[in-house]
Design a protein around this ligand. Sequence first.
Ligand code: HEC
Length: 242
Amino acid sequence: MIKRLFAVLLAVLPLAVLASSETALTPSYANINDQASLQRGATHFMDYCAGCHSLQYQRYSRLAKDLGLSEEEINTYLNRNGAKFAETVVASMTPGDATAWFGKAPPDLSLVARNKPGGADWTYNFLKSFYVDESRPAGWNNLMLPNASMPHVLWELQGIQRPVYEDSEGLPHVAHLELTTPGKLSVEEYDAFARDLTAFLQYVGEPAALERESIGIWVLLFLVFLTLLTWLLKHEYWRDVY
Ligand code: HEC
């Protein structure tokens, strides 16, 4: 029975690996334990995203606690629309206006880093995958979200990417993107910008992860200690036998 189970597992494993490599994303290397990165990501979010996107579970007071900022710092740097300290991050634009302008209401981003395939890395790749497409209403398209109605709000920073097409089975498809007009940031600087934003959205998706991970380390240390203790105890018990 066990053997058969093993055989099935061995047969299925390569398939699982193949399936996961098909959706290969560039790793973001976002680190939610890097508080400076989270602070920068939060500022980028308020500067460039909060006009359209809300974070319906994220309170400013919780941001202060987790990002190591005072209420005054939050109000000076992050709270842009005079919300109360205990309130959540609300988009400046109403969903109705947004739908009228973009054809689609910008979704709440509280959980986006959790519910996309590839987790937070999806957001990182999304932010790097905008390209010029004159056939789209806003003039932009995105490799990660084909026909996305979000304009490339970071184009001045990243610059302008154009698609390079390749024929596959007679149909042209985008092989890769080429930066044809550089932006204010270098490629590395834009990657870092997108990484900080990704780390922030990953943190927002599960603020408790910060605590959970530090508790996890203590649990592991405890287990190591317990193993040592059990081993010593075993020696003690068997001493008379040998
Ligand atoms: C001008 C309004 C606007 C701004 C500013 C904006 N977005 Fe969007 N965003 C949208 C719209 C509209 C969509 C829906 C796209 C679609 O599904 O076609 C969207 C979708 C997304 C999605 C995909 C969500 C999903 O569930 O599919 C992500 C991720 C995202 N935005 C991140 C960002 C980030 C990060 C910023 C700040 C750098 C930002 N957006 C700024 C309008 C905006």
